[in-house]
Design a protein around this ligand. Structure first.
Ligand code: FAD
Length: 392
């Protein structure tokens, strides 16, 4: 019942899943708990993923990757989370690999993709959010000014993850200010920033409610060579939109993995904990909430696979968008409900750090807010699918 469901998977897909199952045995819940209490990045886990060829899963074969689509990437992320781990570093790496493989200059592809595929390089971060822009990302103020044969960046970013551990960041900046752009989505450009020895990039860690390695960044005089511009100047928003669908599907997969983990823990505990001379799970007040969230988990899973298969088959962006956004919405509702169910089933034991439930509870709360809030997903469904008037 638990872990990724194998029905309908190809032999290659089953091999991917069993590789991650093995890895989750090696890096068990105590590993993730220790990192959480020490607020550390999962360096050993990420290195092992690289050695197993999982870092380059979504990089085209011509650059040394496995050339897989969003379905295989989803299997990996779901299985990591349903094993009690946290797949966030690979969430970033997988969808950014789609973007760079599709839109970056040939020079950047040849320079970076083979290293990313082998696990020697990491590209786990997209730097978009700014203090004053928030969900309204077209309002970013970070600027990229053309100088000589490159660009000089100045600006302020907030809540940017894993900066001390990634080699490459995809950074969004305005090459045309918001007020001068013809359309608000025009004038945003994306750059590949190498962080090794970087100058003009000052970061301060933001403590968060879970182990996130998140930073506020002040950028002043950061120089970027022209060939590290992704695609065409000013068209970055279109490239962001292009990877939003796979990004939503990947996020849904992490939530489905979390929900599976919570359901599994709840069932095990409900069977084994005896109060009033019987297992607590024999009370319908305990079993119905578990059954209820499990039913919702199956529904979220179906929509997620429909979205992933449509995307991998090359369906148009709008059709995929409906399912990708819906799957993100349903899956993050589901993982949060499952987290609360587990907390209730465990009673006081849910608060004990050694049971891992409180850690996953804190981790899965993020997905209702980031990378996109539930309200903004509902706004997409309202405006773009149902044709209701735009609220912004
Ligand atoms: C741990 C963590 C890691 C992160 N990592 C990254 C990263 O690596 N890179 C990056 O770029 N960003 C990152 N983020 C930022 C994240 O993407 C944003 O927090 C998220 O997009 C929401 O933006 P905001 O926090 O500014 O919320 P706001 O935009 O301020 O919104 C606040 C609330 O108002 C609601 N709201 C706003 N506008 C509307 C509206 N029109 N209709 C209805 N409701 C509305 C939202 O739903 C939300 O609930 C991270 C955030 C966290 C917490």
């Amino acid at each position: 019942m638990f872990g990724v469901r194998k029905e309908g998977l190809s032999d290659e897909q089953r091999l991917i899943v069993s590789t991650i199952v093995e890895l989750s045995r090696k890096f068990g819940e105590d590993y993730w708990q220790r990192l959480d209490s020490e607020k550390k990045y999962p360096s050993e886990f990420v290195a092992e993923m690289g050695r197993l060829g999982m870092a380059g899963l979504t990089i085209p074969k011509e650059f040394g990757g496995a050339g897989y689509g969003v379905k295989e990437a989803s299997l990996v992320l779901e299985e990591i989370n349903s094993g009690g781990g946290n797949a966030q570093p690979f969430h970033g790496q997988y969808y950014l690999s789609f973007m760079v493989s599709k839109f970056a200059s040939q020079h950047s592809k040849e320079k970076y993709l083979p290293g990313l595929a082998s696990g020697k390089l990491k590209m786990q971060t997209f730097a978009l959010t700014e203090p004053e822009a928030g969900s309204e990302s077209t309002k970013i103020k970070t600027s990229a000014e053309k100088r000589g044969d490159g660009y000089v960046i100045k600006g302020h970013k907030v809540f940017i993850s894993r900066l001390e551990h990634t080699d490459l960041v995809v950074l969004a900046a305005r090459t045309t200010p918001y007020r001068s752009a013809q359309k608000k989505t025009d004038g945003i450009s994306l750059f590949l920033v190498e962080l090794k020895g970087v100058k003009g990039f000052e970061m301060h860690r933001i403590e968060t409610m879970f182990n996130s390695q998140t930073y506020e960044v002040f950028i002043d005089g950061l120089e970027i060579p022209r060939e590290n511009l992704i695609g065409e100047e000013g068209r970055g928003f279109g490239y962001i939109l292009d990877v939003l669908n796979p990004e939503r599907i990947l996020l849904a997969s992490e939530c489905i993995g979390d929900a599976r983990w919570f359901v599994q823990k709840s069932v095990e505990y409900a069977k084994s904990r005896v109060v009033f001379d019987k297992a607590i799970g024999s009370n319908q007040g305990v079993q119905f909430p578990i059954a209820d969230v499990y039913a919702k988990l199956l529904a979220a899973e179906k929509v997620r696979w429909a979205a992933a298969e449509m995307y991998d088959a090359g369906a148009d962006e709008r059709s995929v968008g409906e399912l990708a956004n819906t799957s993100k919405y349903l899956a993050s509702e589901c993982s949060w409900q499952a987290a609360n169910v587990a907390m209730d089933v465990y009673g006081g034991a849910g608060m004990a750090v050694s049971n891992h439930v409180e850690r996953k509870f804190r981790e899965t709360r993020l997905y209702r807010v980031a990378p996109v809030s539930q309200n903004l997903v509902l706004a997409y469904i309202a405006h773009s699918v149902l044709g209701l008037p735009r609220s912004y």
